[in-house]
Design a protein around this ligand. Structure first.
Ligand code: PLP
Length: 913
């Protein structure tokens, strides 16, 4: 039996980054084989090593169409026969074809015969092989009993049906079993469709311990699926891993029999196996074409080609004012003609209106909803800053309480000011040593809800609003948070700000922790009769009137008959997918959406520009297309790149002297890692522990958000970010006092990693040189600087409380506050005062009052969260933090004037209730 779980892993690679990241390693394995065969051909004693390298990669190659059995057989034969030169030539050709992906276009790459492979390309070859016409290429998995017979036959038949006019071209990948199908779906990012031919087995002939543990944890192993309808179980399993894939079922059974199973909705089309293959071929092409379609972008391209004269208020459209100008023609040359041809107004030319879409924008939004697992999607052209404000405005009425992470993006705070919602700030756990906050513990959220309940004010709590993942990569257990909160208040609305995390939909690891992934899981759970039993069992155990303490300690199960799934997600599509800057989406999965739809449209009307940018809308459409067709591979690559960076920095003998990337154990305190998971790179971490951690832990770390500690190299975050940008053209995401945040995304390549590592090494070498040439003095100064950055860090100030004037509910010391009234109190200059930060008056007021009330938001960059909000009482902790801050940019604070305060005697005058 060939063991494929560990077969080709380099000895240094940690086990956790294997298997699911193999697509990225595949090209490396082939490059390595090529290098070995080349050295062997040059006379080095490398035959055994080449044979071993080939044997290590061979089992994986069954799951890819290219190089395919014929080329693999030829290479095996040449290695076996000791034909070094022939093996090297073929290994080189395959390796290059995989690396450059030329096999998708070059028919010659598929030739087993070297002479034929070197022949000039046959320009008419498009019908028989992936050929020179540049058509999108994909692969289709064919799961059928006895690979060598039925599936091969079918694939050959499908190939024979190709026509030059087909818009796309595909190759088949035959596998004989359920387990092989799962491996293929995980390993092969080029798959876009799957055909299941009834009669296949469950088990693979290969030895795959990692896969078995994955299937067991997902309830998909042979024990669970025995006696089940295997094709439908497989369709269900595939959809859980890659929901975007089209699945076809070739069945001899009656269609009604299949259709009766609820899982049949996973199958795009059931075909009688006796039917013509042509039907399947056309379905497959149509299915992919359906995802390829971008209604708005397609229409915009057509529009741009029309000869239009505009007498509209958009002179730049058609580009004549640019290209005919002596002075601004360079702009035209820089951007090219199309962007001007595609500039238009929604009110002309039938392009549909973003504010009230009924045509191709609506269609594009509906397609995005399908792709992201939402019921509705709104495209937003002013970033997630606007998406968040729209959600607040649409769902929150003045006086409603919103449970909110104080460290969330400012758009939430401002959104509440505008909507009149009252924030009940809940603190995230602090990471003082790195001057940042983590995420909000579920216990704190539950406690806030239970307190409101005890005070008889739970009805005012409307929404829980959290950032997933946080700027620094903390991922919530979205399902658990929603379930436990719904157990306390069954109609709570959730807003998950997934500004950074939109891409996570395309990773089977991360998807369950997205808003939409969790909402879908809860929905499925609600429909399972076992859920009511579980709920009632827990109610019995809890007894009548359980104490708050007991409720806090219990993992609460909501009542599946009562809860309402009302989940909203916002994501900056431009931050993690191929959308232009400010392209954002607002996702809705709200069972009660009909009751708020009109409000939603009002919110869109309030916040959206009446001149939305067509290119932004088109890019959102295209970003969706890309993710549906290649998102899985791109995200797997981004994760692999992140793991590579993590490993290279932390294990490099020179770089790791000065720099360190924080692991999950640094970023998430042990109490929130119930599974015991430490980090992706910890020796002994298995893929199984990683999956368990993603499943169980309160918080996980997004591997693609990488905190690099630079204080230990003597740099503060801002200084290091500037150095890297100015001197090395490397851009980082954000900074803290002693760290910078790097982010890998779908755009990164291995060359980016190589460049980063080379630069870090250069910087470390310089530090080494400076320290050794500067002698004892330089070393002492360096140590002092490192100590200052790493140890003398200011305590992070928690939110204090709102001033009594801005607390509702008849004098109760409530935690939530009427921030809107405080915000507008500051519009009356006579009611405000300024106190310089270092004035003795500040000390006096802190000691003996009257309390100092912040008149506005004060947001230092970094860390970027408001350390003061309007109406907040300023405490000593906040003043201490402000005094220690060494950042230049503090929004809402003018150093020359000092703190802007609401005069206590004035505070009450302008409060409207
Ligand atoms: C968590 C979070 N939400 C929302 C936003 C705003 O997104 P946008 O830049 O798309 O307006 C940001 C921006 O950095 C953010 O970090």
């Amino acid at each position: 039996m060939t063991k494929i779980a560990t077969a080709s892993r380099p000895a240094t690679a940690p086990s956790a980054d294997h298997f699911f990241t193999l697509p990225g390693e595949r090209a490396d394995n082939w490059r390595r084989l090529h290098a070995l065969t080349r050295n062997w051909a040059r006379g080095a004693d490398r035959h055994k090593e080449a044979a071993a390298a080939f044997a290590a990669l061979e089992p994986y190659e069954d799951y890819f169409a290219y190089p395919g059995r014929a080329l693999m057989g030829a290479l095996r034969a040449r290695i076996g026969a000791g034909e070094a030169a022939g093996a090297a030539a073929l290994a080189q050709r395959i390796s290059e074809a995989i690396l450059t992906r030329s096999y998708k276009e070059e028919a010659n790459d598929w030739e087993t015969d070297e002479a034929a492979a070197d022949a000039p390309p046959d320009l008419n070859s498009t019908t028989m092989t992936p050929g020179r016409a540049r058509r999108p290429y994909f692969e289709m998995l064919v799961v059928a009993p006895g690979v060598a017979t039925r599936a091969d036959h079918m694939i050959a038949g499908l190939r024979a049906l190709r026509r030059p006019e087909d818009a796309m071209i595909y190759e088949g990948v035959p596998v004989p079993s359920f387990e092989d199908a799962i491996i293929a779906v995980i390993l092969n990012p080029a798959l876009a469709a799957v055909t299941l031919y009834e009669g296949f087995d469950h088990g693979t002939a290969k030895d795959v311990p990692i896969l078995r543990s994955f299937l067991a944890s997902a309830g998909l192993d042979a024990a669970h699926t025995a006696g089940e309808d295997l094709p439908l179980s497989l369709a269900d399993a595939i959809k859980r891993i890659r929901p975007e894939l089209d699945i076809y079922l070739l069945s001899d059974r009656r269609v009604e029999q299949v259709a009766g199973d609820p899982r049949a909705s996973n199958v795009r089309r059931v075909l009688y196996s006796v039917e013509e293959l042509l039907e399947l071929h056309l379905c497959v092409l149509e299915g992919v074409a359906d995802r390829f379609r971008t209604p708005f972008f397609d229409n915009l391209k057509k529009y741009a080609m029309r000869p239009i004269s505009t007498f509209h208020a958009l002179p730049i459209a058609r580009g004549k004012s640019v290209f005919k100008s002596d002075w601004i023609r360079d702009m035209g040359e820089f951007y090219g003609l199309n962007i001007f041809l595609a500039e238009s107004s929604a009110t002309t030319g039938g392009l549909d209106s973003l504010l009230e879409p009924t045509g191709n924008i609506k269609e594009s939004q509906d397609m995005a909803a399908r792709a992201f697992g939402a019921d509705h999607v709104f495209f937003v052209t002013n970033g997630t800053s606007t998406s968040n404000k729209m959600v607040h405005q649409a769902l929150i009425a003045p006086g409603d309480i919103v449970l909110l992470d104080r460290n969330c993006h400012k758009s939430h705070h401002y959104g509440l000011v505008l909507a009149g919602g009252q924030p009940l700030y809940i603190e995230a756990f602090p990471m003082t040593e790195y001057s940042m906050y983590g995420a909000v513990p579920l216990a704190s959220i539950k406690k806030a809800l239970l307190d409101l309940k005890a005070e008889g004010r739970l009805d005012r709590a409307k929404m829980v609003d959290l950032t997933n993942c946080t700027f620094d990569g903390h991922i919530y257990n979205t399902r658990r948070v929603m379930e436990e909160c719904l157990a306390i208040k069954p109609d709570l609305i959730f807003l998950w700000d997934e500004a950074w995390f939109g891409f996570a939909r395309w990773s089977p690891f991360l998807r369950p922790r997205t808003a939409m992934g969790a909402a879908a899981a809860i929905e499925a759970w609600m429909n399972d009769p076992a859920s009511v039993e579980a709920y009632e069992r827990q109610q019995k155990e809890l007894g009548a009137n359980p104490s708050a303490e007991k409720l806090l300690k219990t993992r609460l199960i909501p009542d599946p008959r009562k809860i309402r799934i009302r989940v909203y997600q916002t994501n900056s599509t431009h931050k993690s997918m191929s959308a232009l800057r400010q392209g954002s989406m607002l996702l809705v999965k709200d069972i009660d959406f009909a009751s708020v739809e009109a409000q939603f449209h009002e919110a869109v009307f309030t916040h959206a520009s009446t001149s939305p940018n067509q290119q932004l809308i088109a890019s959102l459409d295209v970003a969706r297309r890309q993710m549906e067709l290649e998102g899985y591979g791109l995200v797997a690559n981004a994760i692999q790149i992140a793991l590579d960076i993590r490993r290279e920095v932390n294990s490099h003998p020179v770089i790791s002297k000065y720099f360190r990337i924080l692991g999950a154990d640094d970023m998430v305190p042990a109490e929130y890692r119930e599974s015991g998971f430490t980090d992706f790179l910890t020796p002994g971490t298995t893929w199984e522990t990683q999956v368990r951690s993603m499943h169980e832990d309160e918080f996980c770390l997004d591997p693609t958000r990488i905190t690099l500690v630079c204080g230990t190299a003597g740099f503060d975050g801002t200084q290091f970010k500037k150095l890297m940008a100015d001197d090395y053209d490397i851009q980082f995401n954000k900074t803290s006092r002693n760290s910078v945040l790097l982010q890998s995304n779908i755009n990164n390549t291995r060359s980016d990693v190589a460049h980063l590592i080379r630069v870090l090494l250069e910087i470390c070498a310089k530090i080494d040189r400076d320290l050794s040439s500067g002698g004892e003095n330089a070393r002492a100064a360096f140590a002092r600087r490192v100590k200052a950055l790493m140890e003398d860090v200011p305590d992070l100030p928690n939110f204090s409380h709102f001033h009594d004037a801005f607390r509702w509910d008849a004098g109760k010391k409530t935690w939530e506050g009427d921030m809107r009234s405080a915000f507008y109190s500051a519009y009356y200059p006579e009611g405000c005062e300024y106190l310089p930060l270092d004035s003795p008056e500040v000390e006096k007021r802190l000691k003996s009052g009257p309390e100092m009330i912040s008149a506005n938001f004060v947001i230092p960059y970094p860390p970027g969260f408001p350390i003061m909000v309007p109406g907040q009482v300023i405490t000593k902790e906040t003043i201490d933090f402000m005094r220690k801050l060494d950042v230049k940019e503090i929004h809402g604070f003018e150093r020359a004037k000092g703190l802007k305060l609401i005069r206590p005697d004035h505070a009450k005058d302008h409060v409207r209730k």
